[in-house]
Structure formats: structure tokens, C-alpha cells
Write a protein that binds this ligand. Structure first.
Ligand code: URA
Length: 242
């Protein structure tokens, strides 16, 4: 009995202390105290909005608007539209590409060009609708002339992808191409050897496979398509998809 009483007064004290610290941090943010260096992405929510942290839809909306107005790197200077990602945020299956291309940059949606059409077919072959999975990229703005994103651009965008994963908590992440594979799996293996195996990323199974635009560029090479399909069958089996 005494223990319960003292426990609850201790809990109250800790809660008060946490509230005070949070209040103080919010004040520092408001006055722009540089030493805190709190980015927009990690801003402390006002007390009345605290429930937002628990609601995935609200968290995703917040993240999307942060991406749409992001000026974190030079890619924002040349983009038409930033591309946060789209799909079911309660899905078990996420696809991560490299970065938006020309069509995606115009439409603000991921994988809508030629490579995207192929990805949509692959997803359909897995017996999912495109809107039953979540599709996004490592960087959210188009690199000029579709060059690979630079390490500092990937670094700037890193928290967005990590936050999306934290919101969705998928069971499997399929990475498309080298850039996405490198984000999750530290390996010097060639893509041909890396693909087709599951790797652990914070308890999530990551399946690297070839980028659909690589398949589009090598249309005549049927074995590439077959390999991607082998990889996707492993993902389906893991997810219990018949
Ligand atoms: N390539 C990518 O990596 N992502 C897209 O969204 C489109 C093409």
C-alpha cells in the first residue's frame, strides 16, 4: 500500500519534471536558440497536439508537409515537386527506390514513369494493389539528370525515410537498386550477389533486388526479370501471401 502511494507520487514527480523540461525546450525553440539545433523534423509538438505522435495518419501528414517544404539540400533548388511517397501506411510491405525521376518530379508521386509502370506490374504479380503497399525513395527530390544522389543529400533526407519506417513499421522492405540497398545493408557484395537474400534492419526484413529501370534498360535480358520475380516470391512467402 505504502509502496503504491510512494510509486504514484514518484510517477507524478517524474511527469512534472518531464513537462518542465519539455516546456523549457519549447521555449528555446521559440526564441531560436541555436545551440539546440532542432530541425523542423524533430520539433517538439505543442502539448495539445501530443496525441499526434500516436496517430500514424497525422504523423505521416506532418512528415509529408515537412518534405514538401524542405530546403535541406541543393536538390530542393532544382526540383519541381518533392515526392514524399504514397500508399497504405498500415501495410506490411514497403518498396524503397533511389529518388524521383522526371515524371515523378512533375507529378509529385513515386514510381509513375516507365520504371514505375513495371514496378506496378511486379506488385500486381505479387497479388497486391499498388495502394495496398507503401512506395517511397531514399531521397525525396529529383537529382538533376537522374544522377545518383550524393552522400550528403542522402544524409539530409535520412530522417524522413527513417520516420516513414517508424510510422509504418512494415514487416518487409524491398529495396530497388544499389542506392536503396546501401541505405539498409552495409555490404561490398555486388548487387547480383546481394539480391535475393533477407537482411535484418532494426527487426525488419530487407530484400534487395534490381531497380525496375535497370530491367527497362535491359529489356532483352529475361533472366533479370526472372531473378526479381524469385526475390518477390521469397517476400510473398515470408508475408504468407498465396
Ligand atoms: N526511380 C526511382 O528510384 N524512384 C522513382 O520514384 C522513380 C524512378
Amino acid at each position: 500500500m505504502w509502496l503504491k502511494k510512494s510509486e504514484s507520487s514518484l510517477t507524478k514527480k517524474i511527469k512534472n519534471l518531464a513537462d518542465n523540461v519539455e516546456e523549457q525546450l519549447r521555449f528555446f525553440q521559440q526564441i531560436g536558440a541555436g545551440f539546440l539545433n532542432v530541425s523542423e523534423k524533430t520539433q517538439i509538438l505543442p502539448k495539445e497536439n501530443r496525441e499526434e505522435r500516436e496517430a500514424p495518419e497525422l504523423r505521416m501528414k506532418r512528415l509529408e508537409s515537412a518534405v514538401l517544404s524542405c530546403r535541406g539540400c541543393r536538390l530542393s533548388e532544382t526540383r519541381t515537386k518533392a515526392v514524399p511517397g504514397e500508399g497504405d501506411i498500415r501495410t506490411g510491405l514497403m518498396f524503397v527506390g533511389e529518388g524521383p525521376g522526371r515524371d515523378e518530379d512533375i507529378q509529385g508521386k513515386p514510381f509513375v514513369g516507365r520504371a514505375g509502370q513495371l514496378l506496378t506490374k511486379i506488385i500486381a504479380a505479387m497479388k497486391y494493389d499498388r495502394n495496398q503497399v507503401y512506395i517511397t525513395n531514399v531521397v525525396k527530390c529529383r537529382p538533376p539528370n537522374n544522377r545518383n544522389p550524393k552522400p550528403e543529400e542522402i544524409e539530409q533526407c535520412r530522417d524522413y525515410l527513417l520516420e516513414q519506417i517508424d510510422i509504418i513499421q512494415p514487416r518487409v522492405i524491398v529495396t530497388l537498386g544499389r542506392v536503396a540497398a546501401d541505405f539498409f545493408v552495409k555490404s561490398s557484395l555486388k548487387m547480383t550477389d546481394l539480391r535475393g537474400h533477407f537482411y535484418d534492419f532494426q527487426g525488419i526484413q530487407v530484400m534487395p533486388t534490381f531497380h525496375p529501370s535497370y530491367l527497362v534498360r535491359n529489356e532483352g535480358n529475361k533472366s533479370l526479370k526472372r531473378m526479381v520475380w524469385e526475390d518477390m516470391k521469397k517476400v510473398m512467402a515470408f508475408l504468407g501471401k498465396k
